[in-house]
Design a protein around this ligand. Structure first.
Ligand code: RUQ
Ligand code: CUA
Length: 629
């Protein structure tokens, strides 16, 4: 190897791009015209190389990603954390599902959090969104809907566990969900998609569909209680908030209130409902509400003609509703219409004061392609809309679209990029916040078809990473995903401060510690078996590789509660507890306490063991439950 070779080796990264560029140029030249290299070409080459280095999807072994991605897990009922741009799956957060590894849905702590719906182990998560302060992610909570069982959950981002689950009363199937952005996330907003009778007790007429309503739900983010609900016309789909703390907007399909597909898609226009937060809060304060189904949640009447809402007609079965990060526009994607309707948020004051007509709030309705579902944004005034039917992302310039609407001859479409295939949501890095940075776009493609090795009739979906930092969108990664990441967000890693160990006084297991105190047990010191009639409570510590109790006796039919406290103070040393043949498994993180209750319904010797690999003697970390018949 001569000196030249060595020196070129040190700039390998730049060189690889150069070779490709020259290769293509040569190919073009061989065909028809030999284009001389111009200064502009050289400078765009240099720009492309810079982009490549600054915005590479490659994250080497041991290197950390720039963003935390929070992905919904769709009908799996969970939330996943991915590193972006590597798209490596970092963690799964069980939410509405039951989880064998962590014992979510089985432990007493998780059952308390699941509350009245603790017996339901399924869910359908669509929209994960983080709490904000002044239009920026604040790293505190991620909220997620459960369409399947009309619930909303909150994930605490310091421990990355679900800490609250609310079943929303009066409503049916929570779909669209977002947070109040400004001044901070006081409220989580979400849509009850399906319409039902207001008192759904089976006593009123069930056939008379004119009595069916869909509800907009406003949830207190700290208390995780419904603050109020708003009854609307049509059924609600997706929603978002403005950057002024004044308005929320939701798309409605089926303004016809049809019950069959044919009936649902007859109207050429459905609508976006805009809610005035101040007017709704004032109505609640003034007592202008009703209650239903025997609960005391205030339900406001926001149907057409109400002062609380305005209905803006848009074509046709609109779906996604996205606020531009400059705070200027709500955008409703047309779904059955090839358009995106741009609503000027500045005009909403006039609309609510009846100075303009609803359609006057629409300042452009650009055609972007077939089946537009959701729109994301960069920091350069461009919008990115998924085209479900075209299997493409349309990149278009918002100002140009408005200018074109006003008669200027300008092409607002910047690029259409094929994605694989049929994208639903897309999401740009920080694109739903003031910090939109125009670096990455994720296309959550619903079908992967031929993109991966075939794995039977059920195929993964395809979460594709697209570099949007340059003038052109570039597809850089295909990511197979199991059912079904509807939506995702990306949060800069500097925002996140997750714990390395559990705080001993964490509210997550405070009730379990309180129970131990009542039993006279200090869970950090004591290993004790307490008998209380037919109930037995077993308190044990764990330090790799031993449980504090390696043998305890119960009687057949006893209700046994095992409480394990992990005394290891070492990052990443998690223990497990599994009672063989009893369907009993759980995780105990460092410094955490976890508990699980079961019936000792098998006589004889029953082994328990640690099921999270913790030590060279992990296999030896076990003990016996002796069950006397
Ligand atoms: S919706 S694919 Cu459940 Cu977010 Cu649009
Ligand atoms: Cu403790 Cu494995």
């Amino acid at each position: 190897m001569n000196e030249d070779d060595k020196s070129s080796n040190s700039v390998e990264l730049q060189d690889e791009g150069r070779r490709k560029f020259f290769g293509k140029t040569a190919l073009l030249g061989a065909g028809a015209v030999v284009a001389p290299m111009t200064a502009a070409m050289f400078s765009s080459m240099a720009q492309a190389q810079r982009n490549k280095i600054e915005n590479s999807p490659h994250v080497g072994p041991g290197d950390l990603d720039e963003y935390y991605g929070f992905w919904s897990g769709g009908q799996s009922g969970e939330v996943r954390i991915l590193g972006v741009p590597s798209m490596r799956e970092l963690m799964r957060i069980p939410v509405f599902n039951m989880d064998s590894a962590t014992g979510w849905g089985l432990t007493n702590e998780s059952k308390r959090i699941k509350g009245e719906s603790a017996h339901i182990h399924t869910g359908d998560t669509h929209h994960p969104h983080m709490s904000m302060t002044d239009g920026r992610y604040n790293g505190k909570y991620v909220f997620i809907n459960d369409k399947a069982n009309t619930r909303v959950a909150r994930i605490r981002c310091d421990i990355m566990k679900t800490d609250k689950i609310l079943t929303v009363p009066n409503a049916h199937a929570i779909h669209g969900l977002r947070v109040q952005k400004v001044p901070y996330t006081k409220y989580v907003i979400c849509n009850g998609e399906y319409e039902i009778p207001m008192n759904n007790d089976g006593k009123a007429s069930l056939e008379d569909v004119s009595t069916y309503r869909s509800l907009f739900n406003v949830i207190d983010a700290e208390k995780m209680e419904v603050a109020f609900q708003v009854m609307v016309d049509g059924n609600l789909d997706n929603t978002d908030a403005d950057y002024d703390g004044k308005y929320f907007a939701s798309t409605c399909y089926n303004s016809e209130m049809g019950m069959t597909l044919g009936e649902m898609i007859t109207a050429e226009r459905d609508h976006v409902v805009v809610f005035s937060l101040a007017r709704c809060e004032a109505a609640v304060k003034a007592g202008n509400f009703k209650t239903y189904n025997g609960n005391d949640v205030p339900v406001l009447d926001g149907r057409k003609g109400s002062a609380l809402t305005r209905y803006i007609p848009v074509p046709k079965s609109p779906h996604g509703l996205n606020t531009s990060p400059n705070g200027e526009y709500f955008m409703a994607a047309g779904k059955l219409s090839p358009t995106v309707s741009i609503i000027s948020i500045k005009k909403l004051d006039d609309l609510f004061n009846d100075k303009i007509k609803p359609r006057d709030a629409i300042i452009a309705e650009p055609e972007v392609g077939l089946g537009p579902l959701h729109t994301a944004f960069d920091n350069k005034g461009n919008a990115y809309t998924t085209l479900f039917l075209d299997s493409q992302i349309a990149k278009w310039n918002v100002q140009d679209a408005i200018d074109a609407h006003n008669g200027k001859k300008v092409n607002y479409i910047r690029q259409k990029l094929d994605v694989h295939y049929q994208p639903g949501h897309n999401h740009t890095s920080l694109g739903e916040t003031r910090d939109a940075d125009g670096k990455w776009l994720v296309s959550l493609s619903k079908f992967s078809k031929d993109r991966f090795l075939p794995v039977g009739p059920l195929r993964p979906e395809n979460d594709q990473l697209i570099d949007i930092s340059g003038d052109e969108m570039k597809l850089v990664h295909d990511g197979p995903a199991f059912a079904e990441p509807h939506d995702c967000i990306m949060v800069h890693r500097s925002t996140m401060k997750p714990f390395k160990l559990w705080p001993r006084d964490d509210p997550f297991f405070a009730e379990t510690i309180a129970m131990a105190k009542k039993d006279g047990v200090d869970v950090y010191i004591d290993n004790k078996v307490i008998r209380d009639g037919k109930k037995v409570r077993v308190y044990m510590t764990s330090i790799a590789p031993i449980f504090g109790i390696t043998e305890f006796k119960v009687k057949l039919g006893d209700e046994v509660t095992v409480v394990v406290t992990n005394l290891d103070q070492v990052e990443d040393v998690t223990h497990g507890f599994c009672m063989t043949n009893h369907g009993v498994q759980m995780e105990i993180g460092p410094q955490a306490t976890a508990s699980i209750t079961f019936i000792a319904d098998k006589p004889g010797v029953q082994w328990y063991y640690c099921n999270w690999f913790c030590h060279a003697l992990h296999m030896e970390m076990r003990g016996r439950m002796l069950v006397q018949a």
